[in-house]
Design a protein around this ligand. Structure first.
Ligand code: SAH
Length: 240
């Protein structure tokens, strides 16, 4: 029998390792998915790859799995951050989910001049990233950082990290991503209101900035995240 269910666990994984389940995981595995003792599950923790584990104890409020063999090594994504301005809840959830599936290494919600939401539920967004990694076969979970001000992020911008600035003012121009620049990167997508002129000037003055157009139409922020990740992954990432 092959294991189909994949679970992220916050626990070291190695041969013979016993892994205790949380109440929620036990409910999901035994209550929802109807798994029983002896059944197989795939586990990953973002560090030790993917492991096949057997259910040793199944209870209402908990359970134990024992790791048997490693089924996949850790497959870390390319060194790519995704910076985005939170929009409406469902669309923000979508962005985190899609960025995880598409292979972002780190997800950074940012507050810019025209960002509407002042706070995010970082724990909820992190849970979405975990869920997305569980279903897409990933062995890595990107960290979702706390909401930070764009100004501050730019003031501390790492010297070595290129920034793919997707600017709606470039809609219809031919500014494309330069595929001859490997290394560490970040994608920046603005909110529904776009970027302010001050932000545009600031970004333009940063030597790491590469201004990019995402085609002739103005995309919604959630679409823009997926489009930008596709372009980057095809030209500089792990789709090449
Ligand atoms: N309200 C703005 C559009 C914001 S779209 C306006 O009408 O001008 C949300 C974000 O998606 C933008 O800030 C940008 O980062 C990205 N985006 C959307 N379409 C784009 C395009 N054609 N080129 C580059 N970036 C784009």
């Amino acid at each position: 029998m092959t294991a189909k269910i994949r679970l992220y666990v916050d626990h070291p994984l190695s041969e013979g390792q016993a892994v205790a389940l949380t109440r929620d995981q036990a409910h999901y595995l035994f209550g929802v998915m109807r798994q029983t003792t002896g059944g197989l599950v795939l586990l990953f923790n973002g560090q030790n790859g993917e492991w096949r584990a057997r259910i040793a104890e199944a209870g209402k409020r908990g359970g134990t799995l024992i790791c048997e063999t490693r089924t996949k090594p850790l497959q870390a994504p390319p060194d790519l951050w995704v910076l985005f301005a939170p929009i409406k809840k469902a669309r923000t959830d979508f962005i985190v989910e899609k960025a995880t599936e598409m292979g972002a290494a780190r997800i950074l919600p940012i507050h810019s001049a025209f960002t509407n939401s002042d706070r995010i539920r970082q724990d909820r967004l992190q849970a979405h990233a975990i869920e997305a990694a569980e279903q897409c076969g990933g062995t890595y979970v990107p960290e979702v950082t706390a909401l930070q001000k764009l100004d501050q992020v730019l003031a501390n911008w790492p010297t070595e990290r290129h920034l793919m600035f997707c600017d709606e003012a470039e809609a219809g121009t031919t500014r494309r991503l330069d595929s001859a620049v490997p290394g560490s990167w970040a994608i920046l997508i603005g909110p529904e209101g776009g970027f302010s002129e001050t932000e545009r000037t600031r970004l333009g003055a940063l030597p790491q900035t590469h201004v990019v157009s995402l085609g002739p139409r103005i995309l919604r922020a959630d679409t823009a995240v997926v489009a930008a990740l596709t372009i980057w992954q095809m030209q500089l990432g792990d789709w090449t």
